[in-house]
Structure formats: structure tokens, C-alpha cells
Ligand binder design. Sequence first.
Ligand SMILES: NC(=O)C1=CN([C@@H]2O[C@H](COP(=O)(O)OP(=O)(O)OC[C@H]3O[C@@H](n4cnc5c(N)ncnc54)[C@H](O)[C@@H]3O)[C@@H](O)[C@H]2O)[C@@H](O)CC1
Ligand SMILES: [K+]
Length: 501
Amino acid sequence: MIRILSSQQIKALDAYTIQHEPIASIDLMERACRAFVNWFTERFDGRNTIAIVCGTGNNGGDGLGIARMLQEWSYSVKVFVIRGSSETEDFKVNLERLRGKVEVVEITSLDETIFSEYDVLIDAIFGSGLTRPPEGLFAQAIHLMNKSVAVRIAVDIPSGLLADKVSKGEIFKADFTVTFQMPKLAFLFPSNHSFTGTWCTVDIGLNKSFIKEQQTSYYYIAAKDIRKILKPRSKFDHKGTYGHALLMAGSYGKMGAALLSGRAVLRAGVGLLTMHVPECGYVILQSSIPEAMASIDEHIHFITAIPELDKYTVVGTGPGLGQDKLTVKAFRKLLEDFRKPVVLDADALNILSDNRELLLLIPAGSILTPHPKEFERLVGKWSDDFERLDKQKSLAKQLKSVVVLKGANTSIASPEGAVYFNSTGNPGMATGGTGDVLTGILTGLLAQGYSSLDTAIAGVYLHGLSGDIAARERSMVSLIASDIIEFLPAAFKKIMHEQKV
Ligand SMILES: NC(=O)C1=CN([C@@H]2O[C@H](COP(=O)(O)OP(=O)(O)OC[C@H]3O[C@@H](n4cnc5c(N)ncnc54)[C@H](O)[C@@H]3O)[C@@H](O)[C@H]2O)[C@@H](O)CC1
Ligand SMILES: [K+]
């Protein structure tokens, strides 16, 4: 897991690295500049004219160091400096080192065209030291940079964006953000995507053991975390080893959701799958998923009862369920009778929102997978993404369950208060049925004996990875939910194969 630290912790981490490596502060800055420049030179050639806009803190110091290195690589660079109330030592040293090499213009007033002639604008005004909204010249410069047609790149953090609090005022809108060592919490929220653009981390060698010791509730999931979770199969395993899942899904006109979910349960590796569907789904189910056993409700159009539950390891429900009164009754009975974890999605969540007393019946260790609208129905409106995150954490704690909030960087909140952000997936997946596939994957993994949290982390990651492979093969535009099931084996292989290497 990549640990996400607060600005305060990052400051302490910088100081600890300087003292214990040991390394001079200016040399650590040099390392950060080098890491940025390596990223930059791989993507932009010398034909680009570059303006670097610097503040007078260490982010500005980075900007000056980057200017010197790019000039050494024969790029055409010009530096603009906006003075704040003080200059850091490393800023001063790097300004001195730049003397006679790169033109430095001090900004005292701004005219509209100041940045118009550049191909690339590099923002080094504020980084993690930002404490309040930019004003005056700072705000004006950010505003003008945002109006420019140049490619905009932020050093560490887009200026104006607070790493771990709600940001207000003018914020640099980067096409790319190259951030040092680890992502910042604010990068993972949908509302900040227009500021960070595509972001990546570069390793600047900050002290690893110090990072490990820091208290944090926030983590970014990496491939090797999934590799650690997934259990290799052994020669003597049999289908009983991998659980028996019951999927209650589908209604007249929405059998597709049930099928997508069911196929995904199977592809996630379950031992046995039974699907409880309304009578209208019988032929559809038997002819399209021969691997699944059918349990048929007595109602033609929707589910009104639950089957005998004893033999099932896990129950997944919600996709295509509908919200008929009789279905609500059956759902209530499920929650009353089944005391093992359940996976709840779609209409199961909508039923919960409309019948809040049912929330108390959810077995501990369950997994809920709302998309933002379903989540809003469950917990009410939020004013910003930080409040939304708090609500997600509270719900997970209250239900003693894992709450998976779907979207770009899907967040997974554990009942203990930790939040894991997913690193796979793409906008091609924003299409009907992908949520049903996720429900299936989670149901299939949970049935195999993974903990609820491991199931959610691995399931969400694999779902996104499969979506990424599908987008590569089929394009984001053409990606449909079935593709995610189709490429799930490739996603498993990618994770499991790398395990051996
Ligand atoms: N040695 C280190 O600590 C390293 C720091 N690095 C860089 O240093 C950055 C952090 O540097 P700093 O802590 O100097 O802070 P910044 O350079 O982010 O900000 C400069 C100063 O501006 C002031 N300020 C805050 N908000 C303001 C506002 N709205 N208007 C005017 N002034 C404002 C603050 O006093 C702050 O210290 C990182 O983001 C990173 O780019 C990197 O060079 C890596 C190593
Ligand atoms: K910046």
C-alpha cells in the first residue's frame, strides 16, 4: 500500500530525510528537480519553449533548479518569479545558481499576454507549503496561466490546491502534475481532477522507514498489494474449497444485470454458483449461464422469496432486483435469516435508503457498493469531497461493514476507519452494467474465503485492471460491461504471473 500522508507529515518526512540520510536540504531539492526533469525530458523535446513560474518558497526553489537543468539540456527556458513575504534558503541558493544562465523576470504587474508565447508552462508557485488561498499577483498569475493554450505542468501540487483540506480561490489547472514521492489526498477526489490533470509520482528517495511509521487512514492500492491478497490454488483443492455463492438478482426487463453479475461471480473463481431469479428469468439463465444452478422464484416478474440459505457461503444481491413491495419483504427476510456477510448493490441499496430500519439488520462484515447517487440516498448530501469521505467512513463504522464508493479512484472504507483508493480503471467503464460486474466479482471472491476488506480491495482493483485491458483492446468508447468479464482472466493472469517473477 502506498501511504498517503498529510502536508504536516510530508514536511516532517523531508526534515527527517535531511537529518538521517543525511543529505543537505539543497541536495534533496536537487534530487527532486532531477526526478521532475527526467519525467519531463522523456515527454517534451527541445522545440518547446518553456516558462517556469516560481514562488519564493521551496516549490519555487524546485522551479529554479528545474530551469537550470532544462537549460543544461538545451531547452529554451524563461523564469518568472512572484515574490512573497519571504524566501527560503534553498530558493536563494538556486536563484544564485541560475544567475547568468537563464533569464529571470520578476513579476510586479501582469499583462494579459505575459504567458501567451510559450508551449509549456511549469507551475512552481506553491507546493505543500500553501496555507491559504492565493491572492493578488499570485491569484492573477494562476488565472492567466489557466487561460493559456500551453501545456500546463504542476511541480508537486497545482498551486492553490491544498493537499489535504478543502481548497478555495484560484487554483492552477494542470494537464499534468508530477508529484514527489506519494499522491496527495486531494488528488484522489473527483472535484480536483480538473486541477491535477493526469498525475504521477516520482521517487525522490524520502526515508522509507519514516513513511512506514506514520499514522494515516489513507492508502493508495498498488498491484503488489493484490498479489499479496490472492491465494494461489493448490493441487488438492476441490470446488467446495471456493465456496458456494447465492446471487439474488434480476426482474422482468432487467435479467441482463443478473447475467452480468452471475458471469462475473464465476469468472472471479467461485466454486459453485446458484442464482435465484424470477420465473421469467429461468430460460434466459439456463441457456446463457450453464455453469450456474437456478433457484426459481414463484413470481413471474420479480423476486418475492428467498431460498433455503444454509448451504451458501455468501449472498450477493441488488443488480436488476427492482423495488417491488414483495421484493422488499424478501430482502428483509434475507437480512434477518442470513448471518454471514452479504454483498449489496444497486436496488438492494435503494431499498435500504427507503427502509432505513433494514440498515440495522445488515450482517457485520458485509460489502456495500454504492455509486455516488446511491450513496447520497443513503447518507444525504455533502458540501465537498472531504465531507463525503467522512460520511463514507462513518457509514462503514456504523454498519461494521466495508463501504465501496464507486467512481474514478473508487474509495473503500473499512469499519476501522481506513480508506483505500483504487489505482486502476478508466472513463470507458462509465457505462451500464459495470457495477453489476463488480457485484459479481466481489461475491465470487468473498465466497472463496477472503476477508471482506481483502475482497473489496482485490475485487475493485481487478475490476479496474480488467477495464484497463479491455479499453486497450477495444477502446474506451466501445468498452461495454461484458468486456470487463471477458478480460477478467487476463487481469488475474497479470497479477498472478507477476507473482512468480
Ligand atoms: N527539502 C524539502 O523540504 C523539499 C521540499 N520540496 C518542495 O518544497 C515544497 C514545499 O515548500 P515550502 O514549504 O517552502 O512551501 P511552498 O513553496 O509550497 O510555499 C511557500 C511559502 O508561501 C507561503 N504561503 C502559503 N500560502 C500562501 C499564499 N496563499 N499566499 C502567499 N504566500 C503563501 C508559506 O509561508 C509557504 O511556506 C514542496 O511542495 C516541494 O515542491 C522538494 O524540493 C523536495 C524537498
Ligand atoms: K506547484
